[in-house]
Design a protein around this ligand. Structure first.
Ligand code: LLP
Length: 441
């Protein structure tokens, strides 16, 4: 049912993921439940690693962009697959390190890293920090002087490529808060500035053009612009970049509006990038850089399914039918934020014909708390298990305790086995950080 064949309909007509019956998972662990397919995650990590090796002869590193889904288990998987990770906050860094992830294979991002985050990253020996402001260059340089270390850094560059994706997830448009623009010359200025900092060792440049992108040409164009920038910096200031980090952004299948890509298709993105980079390096007379790649969504997105129990069902005659589930925008805010679309299925009756179009609503006190609009489903009764597919990326990682609901637990499935990787929250967790000042009695 999905591109890696890890989702199936079993002979009971139930949805099966990683060899586990979804209805049984719901019974055993309760709902809402995030389910992650380990084999899928590993397969995608291997796909990128192999493609990078095939295309660039191993001269590069795959970094799992852990903002897509961060928890100790996923860093363990990344470590065992021999890839690196990118982190974007002290919290992600702490999670990675506390799972035993090697600090030297961590790249740290963020357009406004706090002094505490920088201190933490440097103290722990984070391999590479991607600098995204003058303030950060100053703080990092001073910190490294104090600690007597020389920190490897990249600079975040905005290559000015507009990819076709939702406006909020585009990151390389001219007015982006991220990076320094090649077009307006600020990329030159920050490069000179970082090069003047005695405690920073500039390794090269980074760019990331956005997320959920399918057009190969957008990635190729960004890589070409970055190579031209590398050549320009070499010729103008004599600094030749060793590393080019081309970010992530490869799209995944959510609904039939999206292409269905297989592993080979993802490898083809790398092949196209590689060809463009090699060609430019010859044409412009710069050495082929060490390549870093940061896929997030495409590694975990289709590996994840969220299971809900249908609750109240409300038909508004002549308008619509709402099926309310026991989750909502607190476990998946993506419809509320981006009007993202999902495929929704009846996990316990996969072969039943779809007879209605319904809107899946959450349980939050807010009209915009919707998971999916007008999705085809068979007849659903309260108590049935509803599965929303492709929820592995940016669902748990953007979950909240809105309305003081619990962030659901997550299980990792593989070969018929299911293990908890993120525990169920409790009411005690909900009030854990609440403090009643004495004067309130
Ligand atoms: N590298 C950098 C610097 C990034 O900012 C991102 C994503 C990635 C890599 C990974 O991109 P991916 O391969 O996952 O597309 N919350 C939004 C997505 C925000 C993406 C932010 N940056 C969503 O739910 O669609």
């Amino acid at each position: 049912m999905n591109q890696r064949n890890t989702l199936k309909i079993n002979d009971r007509g139930h949805l099966e993921i990683g060899g586990c019956d979804a209805v049984e998972l719901a019974e055993r662990f309760g709902t809402p439940l995030y389910v992650f397919d380990e084999a899928y995650i590993r397969l995608m990590m291997r796909t990128y690693k192999k493609a990078l090796n095939d295309c660039f002869g191993g001269n590069g590193i795959v970094l799992y962009a852990s903002k897509a889904f961060s928890c100790k288990a996923v860093y363990k998987i990344a470590a065992s697959e021999g890839i690196g990770v990118d982190v974007v906050s002290g919290g992600e860094l702490y999670t990675a390190l506390s799972s035993g992830f090697p600090a030297d294979k961590i790249y740290m991002h963020g357009n406004n890293k706090t002094p505490e985050e920088l201190e933490y990253a440097v103290s722990e020996g984070v391999g590479t920090i991607v600098v995204d402001s003058y303030l950060e260059a100053d703080r990092l340089d001073a910190l490294c002087a104090e600690k007597g270390v020389k920190q490897s850094v990249l600079i975040r560059i905005n290559p000015g490529v507009e990819a076709h994706t939702h406006a909020y997830v585009q990151t390389a448009t001219p007015d982006s808060k991220f990076g320094f623009s090649i077009a307006n010359g600020t990329a030159d200025d920050i490069t000179n500035y970082v090069l003047s900092k005695g405690n920073l060792s500039l390794k090269g440049f980074h760019c990331h053009i956005g997320s959920q992108i399918f057009e190969k040409q957008s990635f190729v164009l960004a890589a070409e612009k970055m190579m031209a920038f590398i050549a320009h910096i070499k010729n103008s200031v004599g600094f030749e970049a060793e590393t080019l980090n081309i970010g992530g952004g490869f799209g995944i299948y959510y609904t039939d509006e999206d292409p269905k890509l297989n592993e080979n298709d993802y490898a083809q993105y790398l092949k196209a990038l590689c060809d463009a980079i090699k060609q430019k390096s010859v044409e412009l007379g710069v050495k082929a850089p060490f390549i870093a790649l940061e896929p997030g969504r495409s590694i975990v997105g289709e590996a994840g399914v969220t299971l809900y129990t249908a609750g109240a069902i409300k038909s508004i005659p002549g308008l619509k039918t709402y099926i309310a589930v026991d989750g909502g925008m607190f476990d998946n805010p993506r419809y509320a934020l981006y009007q993202s679309k999902y495929t929704v299925v009846a996990a316990g009756d996969m072969n039943a014909p779809c007879t209605q179009k319904v809107t899946i609503a959450g349980k939050c006190c807010e009209s915009g708390d919707i998971i999916a609009v007008d999705v085809p489903l068979p007849e659903i009764k309260s108590g049935d298990i509803i599965a929303v597919l492709s929820t592995g990326a940016y669902n748990y990682s953007m979950a909240s305790n809105y309305n003081r609901n619990f962030i659901p637990q997550a299980v990792l499935v593989n070969d018929g086995k299911a293990d908890t990787i993120i525990k169920k929250q409790t009411y005690e967790d909900i009030v854990r950080n609440d403090v009643i000042p004495e004067r309130l009695g």
